[in-house]
Design a binder for this molecule. Sequence first.
Ligand code: MTE
Length: 436
Amino acid sequence: MTKSPSEPGSDVTTTSRRKFMTSTLAGGMAMTGVGRASAQQKPGSAAVANPKNLPPNVPDWSKVLGDGVAAHPYGKPSKFEKHVVRRDVEWLTASRESSVNFTPLHELDGIITPNGLCFERHHGGAAEIKPLDYRLMIHGLVNKPLIFTLDDLKRFPRTNRIHFLECAANSGMEWRGAQLNGCQFTHGMVHNVMYTAVPLKALLEEAGVKPNGKWLLAEGADAAGMTRSIPLDKALNDCLIAFKMNGEALRTEQGYPVRLVVPGWEGNMWVKWLRRIEVGDQPWHTHEETSKYTSLMSDGRARRFSFIMDAKSVVTNPSPEAPLLAKGRNVLSGLAWSGRGKVTRVDVTMDGGRNWQEARIDGLVLDKSLTRFYVDFDWQGQELVIQSRAHDETGYVQPTKNELRKVRGVNNIYHNNGIQTWLVRSNGETENVEIS
Ligand code: MTE
């Protein structure tokens, strides 16, 4: 579907009328119940407060005793936040066991993803491992093959690191044009938590890697038996054996009791339910690095071992699930990240790329971590064409989707870090579009 809404300002380019390619699958998503978050307030529909609870009256909740401390041994979000959940797209994958759900990015702020909202991607369902029966084996080209219990791992010096994990397939549906009408679905295969972990280097030093050891095979204990080859240099540099996320034990779905953390590299390599690390002299060319997690280029060749997640950003608010609700003061908010290091700058345009301004980065700016940015602006109901563009400390600048397509073609699923466009209509409704 191609629509040409009114021009958002005077056209200074030599091209003729600008066209918006809108997302095509919004209707399908609504039918399967995964369209716009139902609890979202629709643009223009003002939510009405109960006057009884407003000043100077004493509100209902001040007239009764609240729950005691024993009511919630493990705390949950407020019942008014029930719509803030991971969501999936039923038709996206062939089975529920080998499937994915998405982080509700438009409902979050700051840079930390709460544990219960981290997207999940399993190839054979989430394994339930008894901690007492857990073992991690290191073998292959090592002087001393070793088997660690969970307690053994916890006796090594540990470290705390905040890193993003992005699935290589994040934004994978968008290669051929705007598809999924929601920020949760276009960009929600990313999360960012603080891991408490033992550096993999410490365990490899304990085992003693032989001089011809150059690659590792990491294997999961789930039904999928996920395996990936990882260069030894990366393992020694910054890979982690993690047992806590955001201070508490890993969630079952994120690899309890132990997962591999491969900072800045594609999520598939972050093997969950980690059971085995083999040291070898070359990569294994497993299923996950041959038929999957490679990109078919226009000339028929495959781009392989594309480990690093290039710099990317997305405006999370406004976005299709988070329309603009009121004129006047507004906050544009978004996330930027880079697998090559720190984000140094984020540019934002509200007129489809004619004018760019530098966004205000706020909070922690960390290596290979989500970074939060804002633009505080005044909205008078004009149509907006919003994009964000991330820069990282290596000088890399996030490309447009068309620039990416020129190099990689459109037969891809993986590594789509192209600039996202949201069209905000004059009633505040926001849509996934592309500008041609
Ligand atoms: N590890 C195992 N053992 N099994 C899996 O299915 N999925 C991988 C990776 N590690 C997977 C795995 C993929 S494709 C991704 S994107 C990340 O885990 C997702 O991690 P998450 O579920 O914590 O978001």
